[in-house]
Design a protein around this ligand. Sequence first.
Ligand code: KG4
Ligand code: ZN
Length: 353
Amino acid sequence: MKILAIETSCDETAAAVTEGAKVLASVKWTQEVHAKYGGVVPALAKRAHEERIDQIIEQALFKAKTQVGEIKAIAVTAGPGLAIALEVGVKKAKELAEMYDKPLIPVNHIEGHILSAMAGQEGEREGAELRLPCAALVISGGHTQVIWVEKIGKYKILAESLDDDIGEALDKGARMLGLPYPGGPELEKLAAKGDPKRYMLPLPMARRKVKAFSYSGLKTAMYRLVETTKGGNRDLGEKEKSDLAASYQARVFEHLTRITRNVLGEMKGGISELLVGGGVAANTKLRGELETLGRELSIKVHYPENTVLCTDNAAMIGVAAGYKFSRGEYLTGQEIEKIDRRPRWRVDSGESF
Ligand code: KG4
Ligand code: ZN
Protein backbone atom coordinates (compact mmCIF):
# COMPACT_ATOMS: atom_id res chain seq x y z
CA MET A 1 0.00 0.00 0.00
CA LYS A 2 2.07 2.92 -1.29
CA ILE A 3 1.57 6.50 -0.18
CA LEU A 4 2.89 9.61 -1.91
CA ALA A 5 3.64 12.26 0.73
CA ILE A 6 4.30 15.98 0.32
CA GLU A 7 5.82 18.37 2.89
CA THR A 8 6.21 22.14 2.45
CA SER A 9 5.64 23.51 5.97
CA CYS A 10 8.87 25.47 6.21
CA ASP A 11 11.98 25.67 4.05
CA GLU A 12 12.33 22.12 2.74
CA THR A 13 10.46 21.15 -0.40
CA ALA A 14 9.98 17.42 0.11
CA ALA A 15 8.21 14.41 -1.35
CA ALA A 16 8.39 10.72 -0.50
CA VAL A 17 6.91 7.35 -1.30
CA THR A 18 6.32 5.09 1.70
CA GLU A 19 4.74 1.73 2.36
CA GLY A 20 3.76 1.33 6.02
CA ALA A 21 6.85 2.39 7.98
CA LYS A 22 9.11 1.55 5.06
CA VAL A 23 10.56 4.44 3.08
CA LEU A 24 10.79 3.62 -0.63
CA ALA A 25 12.04 7.07 -1.62
CA SER A 26 12.54 10.35 0.18
CA VAL A 27 13.63 13.46 -1.70
CA LYS A 28 14.10 16.90 -0.26
CA TRP A 29 15.46 20.16 -1.45
CA THR A 30 16.68 22.55 1.20
CA GLN A 31 16.06 26.12 0.15
CA GLU A 32 19.35 27.94 0.44
CA VAL A 33 17.87 31.34 -0.28
CA HIS A 34 17.18 31.88 3.46
CA ALA A 35 20.77 31.42 4.65
CA LYS A 36 21.75 35.06 4.12
CA TYR A 37 18.78 36.25 6.21
CA GLY A 38 19.65 34.01 9.17
CA GLY A 39 16.13 32.56 9.20
CA VAL A 40 13.26 31.53 6.96
CA VAL A 41 11.53 34.26 4.91
CA PRO A 42 7.95 33.00 4.24
CA ALA A 43 7.40 34.73 0.88
CA LEU A 44 10.68 33.36 -0.47
CA ALA A 45 9.84 29.89 0.87
CA LYS A 46 6.48 29.93 -0.90
CA ARG A 47 8.03 30.90 -4.23
CA ALA A 48 10.79 28.32 -3.92
CA HIS A 49 8.26 25.56 -3.08
CA GLU A 50 6.21 26.51 -6.14
CA GLU A 51 9.27 26.39 -8.36
CA ARG A 52 10.43 22.96 -7.20
CA ILE A 53 7.46 20.95 -6.01
CA ASP A 54 6.64 19.19 -9.30
CA GLN A 55 10.24 18.21 -9.87
CA ILE A 56 10.65 16.87 -6.32
CA ILE A 57 7.47 14.77 -6.59
CA GLU A 58 8.63 13.36 -9.92
CA GLN A 59 12.02 12.46 -8.45
CA ALA A 60 10.41 10.66 -5.50
CA LEU A 61 8.14 8.64 -7.78
CA PHE A 62 11.05 7.84 -10.10
CA LYS A 63 13.29 6.70 -7.23
CA ALA A 64 10.50 4.49 -5.87
CA LYS A 65 10.01 3.11 -9.41
CA THR A 66 6.33 3.96 -9.36
CA GLN A 67 3.82 6.48 -10.69
CA VAL A 68 0.84 8.34 -9.23
CA GLY A 69 -1.61 5.85 -10.76
CA GLU A 70 -0.08 3.04 -8.66
CA ILE A 71 -0.26 5.01 -5.43
CA LYS A 72 -2.93 4.17 -2.87
CA ALA A 73 -3.29 7.60 -1.25
CA ILE A 74 -1.79 11.10 -1.20
CA ALA A 75 -0.59 12.52 2.13
CA VAL A 76 0.30 16.12 2.88
CA THR A 77 1.43 18.24 5.82
CA ALA A 78 -1.56 20.50 6.58
CA GLY A 79 0.07 22.22 9.60
CA PRO A 80 1.54 23.54 11.77
CA GLY A 81 3.90 25.73 9.78
CA LEU A 82 4.13 28.83 7.62
CA ALA A 83 0.69 29.45 6.12
CA ILE A 84 1.78 30.42 2.64
CA ALA A 85 4.34 27.63 2.48
CA LEU A 86 1.87 24.96 3.65
CA GLU A 87 -0.56 26.22 1.03
CA VAL A 88 1.73 25.12 -1.82
CA GLY A 89 1.84 21.48 -0.68
CA VAL A 90 -1.84 21.31 0.23
CA LYS A 91 -2.86 22.74 -3.15
CA LYS A 92 -0.65 20.27 -4.99
CA ALA A 93 -1.88 17.29 -2.96
CA LYS A 94 -5.52 18.22 -3.57
CA GLU A 95 -4.82 18.64 -7.27
CA LEU A 96 -3.26 15.17 -7.50
CA ALA A 97 -5.93 13.51 -5.35
CA GLU A 98 -8.68 14.95 -7.53
CA MET A 99 -6.95 14.33 -10.82
CA TYR A 100 -6.14 10.68 -10.04
CA ASP A 101 -9.15 10.05 -7.83
CA LYS A 102 -7.09 9.10 -4.76
CA PRO A 103 -7.88 9.49 -1.05
CA LEU A 104 -6.18 12.41 0.69
CA ILE A 105 -4.61 12.23 4.16
CA PRO A 106 -3.83 15.57 5.85
CA VAL A 107 -1.06 15.02 8.41
CA ASN A 108 0.07 17.09 11.37
CA HIS A 109 3.78 17.91 11.01
CA ILE A 110 4.48 17.11 14.66
CA GLU A 111 2.70 13.78 14.38
CA GLY A 112 5.09 13.15 11.49
CA HIS A 113 8.14 13.95 13.67
CA ILE A 114 6.80 11.66 16.43
CA LEU A 115 6.26 8.69 14.11
CA SER A 116 9.47 9.30 12.12
CA ALA A 117 11.21 7.18 14.77
CA MET A 118 9.45 4.17 13.25
CA ALA A 119 10.61 4.86 9.69
CA GLY A 120 13.20 2.70 8.00
CA GLN A 121 14.83 3.04 4.61
CA GLU A 122 16.00 0.36 2.20
CA GLY A 123 19.03 -1.46 3.56
CA GLU A 124 18.34 -0.27 7.11
CA ARG A 125 16.00 -1.68 9.68
CA GLU A 126 12.71 -1.88 7.77
CA GLY A 127 10.49 0.16 10.06
CA ALA A 128 10.25 -0.61 13.76
CA GLU A 129 7.12 -1.85 15.48
CA LEU A 130 5.07 0.81 17.20
CA ARG A 131 4.12 -0.10 20.78
CA LEU A 132 1.45 2.10 22.29
CA PRO A 133 0.99 3.88 24.57
CA CYS A 134 4.43 5.47 24.71
CA ALA A 135 6.11 8.85 25.08
CA ALA A 136 7.68 11.05 22.44
CA LEU A 137 10.23 13.84 22.45
CA VAL A 138 10.00 16.30 19.58
CA ILE A 139 13.01 18.59 19.35
CA SER A 140 13.22 20.97 16.42
CA GLY A 141 13.54 24.63 15.48
CA GLY A 142 9.98 25.37 16.58
CA HIS A 143 9.21 22.63 19.09
CA THR A 144 10.55 21.25 22.36
CA GLN A 145 7.87 18.90 23.59
CA VAL A 146 7.49 15.76 25.65
CA ILE A 147 4.30 14.12 24.44
CA TRP A 148 2.17 11.27 25.70
CA VAL A 149 1.12 9.09 22.76
CA GLU A 150 -1.98 7.25 23.84
CA LYS A 151 -2.82 6.10 20.34
CA ILE A 152 -2.49 7.42 16.77
CA GLY A 153 -4.22 10.81 16.77
CA LYS A 154 -4.46 11.06 20.56
CA TYR A 155 -1.62 13.05 22.06
CA LYS A 156 -1.10 15.00 25.25
CA ILE A 157 1.66 17.55 25.77
CA LEU A 158 3.45 16.75 29.03
CA ALA A 159 6.06 19.50 28.79
CA GLU A 160 6.97 22.23 26.36
CA SER A 161 9.03 25.38 26.13
CA LEU A 162 7.98 28.56 27.90
CA ASP A 163 10.03 30.63 25.44
CA ASP A 164 12.66 29.65 22.84
CA ASP A 165 12.77 26.14 21.44
CA ILE A 166 15.86 23.99 21.48
CA GLY A 167 16.73 24.22 17.76
CA GLU A 168 16.20 27.96 17.85
CA ALA A 169 18.50 28.23 20.89
CA LEU A 170 21.20 26.24 19.07
CA ASP A 171 20.77 28.31 15.90
CA LYS A 172 21.06 31.59 17.80
CA GLY A 173 24.07 30.43 19.80
CA ALA A 174 25.74 29.31 16.59
CA ARG A 175 25.08 32.69 15.05
CA MET A 176 26.82 34.43 17.97
CA LEU A 177 29.90 32.42 17.04
CA GLY A 178 29.62 33.49 13.41
CA LEU A 179 28.37 30.12 12.13
CA PRO A 180 25.95 29.93 9.18
CA TYR A 181 22.23 29.03 9.43
CA PRO A 182 20.99 26.45 10.36
CA GLY A 183 23.45 26.49 13.20
CA GLY A 184 22.66 23.21 15.00
CA PRO A 185 24.80 20.93 12.81
CA GLU A 186 27.60 23.52 12.56
CA LEU A 187 27.65 23.96 16.33
CA GLU A 188 27.80 20.18 16.72
CA LYS A 189 30.94 19.96 14.55
CA LEU A 190 32.66 22.83 16.35
CA ALA A 191 31.64 21.56 19.80
CA ALA A 192 33.16 18.15 19.05
CA LYS A 193 36.61 19.81 19.09
CA GLY A 194 35.98 21.87 22.22
CA ASP A 195 36.10 21.57 25.99
CA PRO A 196 32.55 21.69 27.43
CA LYS A 197 33.87 22.50 30.91
CA ARG A 198 35.88 25.59 30.04
CA TYR A 199 33.06 28.12 30.32
CA MET A 200 30.36 28.16 32.98
CA LEU A 201 26.86 28.89 31.73
CA PRO A 202 23.76 28.75 33.95
CA LEU A 203 21.57 25.67 33.87
CA PRO A 204 18.00 26.91 33.18
CA MET A 205 15.39 26.34 35.89
CA ALA A 206 17.70 24.28 38.01
CA ARG A 207 15.13 23.96 40.78
CA ARG A 208 14.15 20.35 41.22
CA LYS A 209 11.23 18.74 39.41
CA VAL A 210 10.43 21.54 37.00
CA LYS A 211 8.42 20.21 34.04
CA ALA A 212 8.86 22.90 31.39
CA PHE A 213 11.69 23.95 29.10
CA SER A 214 13.16 27.43 28.89
CA TYR A 215 16.08 28.50 26.72
CA SER A 216 15.92 32.28 26.56
CA GLY A 217 17.94 32.88 29.76
CA LEU A 218 20.69 30.52 28.65
CA LYS A 219 20.79 32.21 25.25
CA THR A 220 21.18 35.64 26.85
CA ALA A 221 23.92 34.31 29.14
CA MET A 222 25.71 32.93 26.07
CA TYR A 223 25.46 36.32 24.37
CA ARG A 224 27.08 38.02 27.38
CA LEU A 225 29.75 35.33 27.63
CA VAL A 226 30.67 35.70 23.96
CA GLU A 227 30.85 39.51 24.31
CA THR A 228 33.00 39.28 27.46
CA THR A 229 35.29 36.72 25.88
CA LYS A 230 35.72 38.95 22.84
CA GLY A 231 36.47 41.87 25.21
CA GLY A 232 35.77 44.62 22.68
CA ASN A 233 36.01 43.98 19.00
CA ARG A 234 38.67 41.30 19.06
CA ASP A 235 37.87 38.20 16.99
CA LEU A 236 37.52 34.95 18.89
CA GLY A 237 40.35 32.46 18.54
CA GLU A 238 39.62 28.97 17.16
CA LYS A 239 40.10 27.33 20.55
CA GLU A 240 37.87 29.86 22.28
CA LYS A 241 35.19 29.33 19.66
CA SER A 242 35.13 25.57 19.94
CA ASP A 243 35.18 25.71 23.77
CA LEU A 244 32.29 28.18 23.73
CA ALA A 245 30.36 25.93 21.32
CA ALA A 246 30.99 22.86 23.48
CA SER A 247 30.08 24.63 26.74
CA TYR A 248 26.86 26.04 25.29
CA GLN A 249 25.75 22.84 23.55
CA ALA A 250 26.41 20.85 26.72
CA ARG A 251 24.16 23.13 28.79
CA VAL A 252 21.41 23.10 26.13
CA PHE A 253 21.38 19.29 26.19
CA GLU A 254 21.74 19.04 29.96
CA HIS A 255 18.56 21.09 30.36
CA LEU A 256 16.75 18.94 27.80
CA THR A 257 17.65 15.64 29.46
CA ARG A 258 16.98 16.98 32.96
CA ILE A 259 13.45 18.12 32.21
CA THR A 260 12.75 14.99 30.17
CA ARG A 261 13.91 12.92 33.15
CA ASN A 262 11.63 14.92 35.49
CA VAL A 263 8.65 14.21 33.24
CA LEU A 264 9.27 10.58 32.29
CA GLY A 265 10.63 9.51 35.64
CA GLU A 266 7.39 10.44 37.36
CA MET A 267 4.88 8.96 34.97
CA LYS A 268 2.30 6.84 36.65
CA GLY A 269 2.58 3.22 35.62
CA GLY A 270 5.87 4.11 33.92
CA ILE A 271 6.61 3.95 30.22
CA SER A 272 8.89 1.63 28.31
CA GLU A 273 9.33 3.36 24.95
CA LEU A 274 10.38 6.85 23.88
CA LEU A 275 10.17 8.05 20.27
CA VAL A 276 12.57 10.88 19.46
CA GLY A 277 12.18 13.07 16.37
CA GLY A 278 12.89 16.53 14.97
CA GLY A 279 16.02 18.13 13.54
CA VAL A 280 17.94 18.25 16.83
CA ALA A 281 17.59 14.45 17.15
CA ALA A 282 20.20 14.24 14.37
CA ASN A 283 22.84 15.25 16.94
CA THR A 284 25.13 12.34 17.82
CA LYS A 285 26.17 13.73 21.20
CA LEU A 286 22.54 14.19 22.22
CA ARG A 287 21.61 10.70 21.05
CA GLY A 288 24.27 9.35 23.40
CA GLU A 289 22.88 11.36 26.31
CA LEU A 290 19.31 10.21 25.64
CA GLU A 291 20.50 6.60 25.45
CA THR A 292 22.05 7.04 28.89
CA LEU A 293 18.79 8.49 30.20
CA GLY A 294 16.91 5.58 28.62
CA ARG A 295 19.12 3.08 30.45
CA GLU A 296 18.67 4.91 33.72
CA LEU A 297 14.86 4.88 33.42
CA SER A 298 14.63 1.47 31.67
CA ILE A 299 13.12 3.06 28.58
CA LYS A 300 13.89 1.96 25.03
CA VAL A 301 14.73 5.02 22.95
CA HIS A 302 13.85 5.01 19.22
CA TYR A 303 15.13 7.44 16.58
CA PRO A 304 14.84 7.61 12.84
CA GLU A 305 17.73 5.35 11.88
CA ASN A 306 18.96 7.78 9.26
CA THR A 307 19.50 11.35 10.45
CA VAL A 308 17.98 12.76 7.22
CA LEU A 309 14.64 11.60 8.59
CA CYS A 310 15.13 13.81 11.70
CA THR A 311 15.12 17.16 9.93
CA ASP A 312 11.98 18.04 7.99
CA ASN A 313 11.14 15.47 5.34
CA ALA A 314 8.12 13.96 3.61
CA ALA A 315 8.86 10.33 4.52
CA MET A 316 7.72 10.94 8.11
CA ILE A 317 4.47 12.39 6.74
CA GLY A 318 3.98 9.27 4.63
CA VAL A 319 4.71 6.97 7.59
CA ALA A 320 2.21 8.85 9.82
CA ALA A 321 -0.33 8.76 6.97
CA GLY A 322 0.11 4.98 6.74
CA TYR A 323 -1.02 4.60 10.37
CA LYS A 324 -3.91 7.00 9.79
CA PHE A 325 -5.00 5.22 6.62
CA SER A 326 -5.17 1.87 8.38
CA ARG A 327 -7.51 3.51 10.94
CA GLY A 328 -9.78 4.73 8.13
CA GLU A 329 -8.69 8.36 8.59
CA TYR A 330 -8.66 9.69 5.04
CA LEU A 331 -10.83 11.84 2.83
CA THR A 332 -12.35 11.07 -0.53
CA GLY A 333 -14.43 12.79 -3.25
CA GLN A 334 -16.12 16.03 -2.21
CA GLU A 335 -14.51 16.04 1.26
CA ILE A 336 -11.13 16.75 -0.33
CA GLU A 337 -12.15 20.18 -1.57
CA LYS A 338 -12.80 21.33 2.03
CA ILE A 339 -9.26 20.67 3.21
CA ASP A 340 -7.18 23.76 3.90
CA ARG A 341 -3.80 24.48 5.46
CA ARG A 342 -3.83 24.78 9.26
CA PRO A 343 -0.84 26.89 10.30
CA ARG A 344 -1.58 26.59 14.03
CA TRP A 345 -2.80 23.02 14.19
CA ARG A 346 -1.80 21.66 17.58
CA VAL A 347 -0.95 17.99 17.70
CA ASP A 348 -2.97 17.64 20.91
CA SER A 349 -6.13 19.22 19.45
CA GLY A 350 -7.67 15.79 18.95
CA GLU A 351 -8.71 16.83 15.44
CA SER A 352 -7.58 14.48 12.75
CA PHE A 353 -7.97 17.06 9.93
O1 KG4 B 1 12.78 19.48 12.34
P1 KG4 B 1 13.52 20.57 11.66
O2 KG4 B 1 14.19 20.28 10.35
O3 KG4 B 1 12.59 21.80 11.38
C1 KG4 B 1 11.64 22.28 12.26
O4 KG4 B 1 10.49 21.77 12.22
O5 KG4 B 1 12.01 23.21 13.02
O6 KG4 B 1 14.57 21.12 12.72
C2 KG4 B 1 15.47 22.14 12.39
C3 KG4 B 1 16.36 22.39 13.59
C4 KG4 B 1 17.29 23.58 13.39
O7 KG4 B 1 17.24 24.38 14.55
C5 KG4 B 1 18.66 22.93 13.25
O8 KG4 B 1 19.73 23.73 13.68
C6 KG4 B 1 18.50 21.68 14.10
O9 KG4 B 1 17.19 21.25 13.84
N1 KG4 B 1 19.47 20.63 13.77
C7 KG4 B 1 20.43 20.19 14.62
C8 KG4 B 1 21.18 19.22 13.91
N2 KG4 B 1 20.65 19.10 12.66
C9 KG4 B 1 19.61 19.96 12.60
N3 KG4 B 1 20.70 20.54 15.88
C10 KG4 B 1 21.73 19.92 16.48
N4 KG4 B 1 22.51 19.00 15.87
C11 KG4 B 1 22.28 18.61 14.60
N5 KG4 B 1 23.05 17.70 14.02
ZN1 ZN C 1 9.87 19.97 11.69
